[in-house]
Write a protein that binds this ligand. Structure first.
Ligand code: PLP
Length: 475
């Protein structure tokens, strides 16, 4: 399998070459040259693999279709080490449970940080360690977080050979639970940096360091952001696992509703569907930051300025542009890289938007690729959480609530609708209390984490200072 750039760069790369990279050299995103197609027999075999050998083996089988430069035994060992009941709190890894007639919840949030990002990030930690060791190299991951991404990255990389994590976050802006999750890590290779500023200040610092190419190469600075192909690939697996749990034969179809921000999660669903998984619809659920809902409803993709981004009670979906969206548009355009580049490199940077309203490809987003969308507001979120809690005795988090709200608009007779549960309620306790009047339950391993000693340094939003800090800790 070779990988290409969505903007047409001529180079083709293998999996391990793009594993540690971010964007392609021309600013595009990496995608496989083709999606492996599974026929009926292959899908049936995967169903049996999942039933008899479990999630880790299913992951190995699917990843093997895309990775041919890691020895199969090594890849299988990494999948086994990653997807264990110990790490994910359940032998089924992603158990499915009924919510109400026609709607199911697939739990993706029982990993170490209680959000779905663990599903991919835990595997990434093992892949990074493996590849860095093979190359005899080190990597310093520099990131900015307002919550879920940073903690998932730290829990995936803690104690790993050859990797350090420098994670900036806006001082005092994360929930106390999220702060405690991150800052209580005492591992020697994890560095928390609380920046006196807002999330954008953190992101600007990271960008400034990455744009200093001399510093970047001297200190081997890398990232683990959501455009990383390996992350997306790892997420493809749970669409298969959800489908197999909701159906008994491969003649049945299901739909998925996905609480979306950067379009990474639902893009993995798109890949699964392109491989032949019988998915009727992929429903994109957004919060008040509705760039994606606007596109699927109107054909206009209009990114927002930083100040037009709403701070909401489903904060992990607060985006101004959806960084993985380019991958889907590339497929929608019939993989016309030149056109894709003109939309993402030219139109977006010039006008902040592009318009496919009158283009013959736009109706195909729904008709051929199965995409639908909807949005949810703070009031919807509260009402949905309260209703699920009181009427259905099921407490869900704020992001999952956005999913359930939108899923209910697209329920179809005879087609199970699977809502991806992307986080547990305890991470967003304040809104849960607002909706239900009581504190969500806390898994026992998180009892009292706010009182643990914290490992964090405070810093002004100063690029020179963070460079000094990185240099000093790499010595
Ligand atoms: C990251 C995140 C999302 C959004 O996922 P994308 O891949 O960015 O679309 C939704 N819910 C939770 C809880 C998250 O952490």
């Amino acid at each position: 399998m070779r990988y290409l750039s969505t903007r047409g760069h001529s180079e083709r790369k293998r999996f391990c070459e793009i594993l540690l990279e971010g964007l392609a050299p021309d600013g595009g995103l990496y995608l496989p040259e083709t999606y492996p197609r599974l026929d009926g027999a292959a899908l049936q075999r995967l169903r049996e693999v999942f039933a008899q050998e479990g999630y880790a083996q299913l992951a190995f089988e699917i990843l093997s279709l895309y990775i041919d430069d890691i020895a199969p035994d090594d890849l299988a060992a990494m999948c086994k080490k990653t997807y264990t009941a110990k790490v994910f709190g359940n032998p089924q890894i992603v158990p499915l449970r009924p919510l109400e007639p026609g709607i199911w919840l697939e739990a993706l949030s029982n990993g170490p940080t209680l959000a779905f990002k663990d599903m991919a990030m835990q595997l990434l930690g093992n892949l990074f360690e493996y590849e860095l060791k093979r190359r005899g190299e080190e990597l310093n991951i520099l990131g900015a977080t307002s919550g879920d991404t940073g903690s998932a990255a730290e829990y995936a990389m803690r104690g790993k050979q050859g990797v350090r994590v420098f994670m900036t976050s806006p001082a005092g802006r994360m929930s106390p639970f999220q702060q405690a999750q991150m800052f209580s890590l005492q591992d020697a290779n994890i560095f928390n940096i609380a920046v006196d500023g807002v999330f954008d200040d953190c992101q600007d610092m990271v960008k400034a360091v990455s744009n200093d190419l001399v510093f970047k190469s001297k200190y081997r600075i890398g990232t683990v952001n959501s455009i990383n192909w390996a992350r997306l690939l790892a997420q493809v697996v749970y669409y298969f696992a959800g489908y197999f749990q909701a159906t008994t034969s491969n003649s049945e179809k299901v739909s998925f509703t996905v609480p979306s921000g950067n379009f990474g999660n639902v893009c993995a669903g798109h890949v699964a569907r392109m491989m032949g998984l019988p998915i009727a619809h992929l429903v994109v659920a957004t919060n008040e930051n509705d760039v994606l809902d606007e596109f699927f409803k109107t054909g206009v993709y209009r990114v927002r300025g930083g100040k037009d981004t709403h701070e909401t009670s489903s904060p992990s979906m607060d985006i101004s542009k959806a960084s993985n969206f380019e991958r889907f548009v590339f497929d929608l355009l019939g993989r016309d890289a030149k056109r894709n580049k003109s939309l993402f490199a030219d139109a977006l940077s010039r006008a902040g938007s592009f318009d496919l309203r009158d283009d013959p490809v736009f109706p195909e987003a729904a008709a051929r690729f199965g995409f639908l969308s909807g949005k949810s507001t703070h009031a919807d979120r509260l009402a949905t959480i309260r209703d699920c809690d009181q009427r259905l005795s099921c407490l869900i988090d704020t992001h999952t609530a956005d999913g359930v709200k939108v899923a209910r608009e697209y329920r179809q007779e005879g087609v199970p609708m699977i809502v991806l549960e992307t986080a547990l309620p305890i991470k967003f306790a304040q809104t849960i209390v607002e909706a239900t009047g009581r504190e969500p339950e806390r898994p026992s391993k998180f009892e009292g984490i706010e009182k643990l000693p914290k490992k964090v340094v405070s810093m002004a939003a100063d690029v020179a200072e963070i460079k000094r800090f990185i240099a000093a800790n790499c010595a």
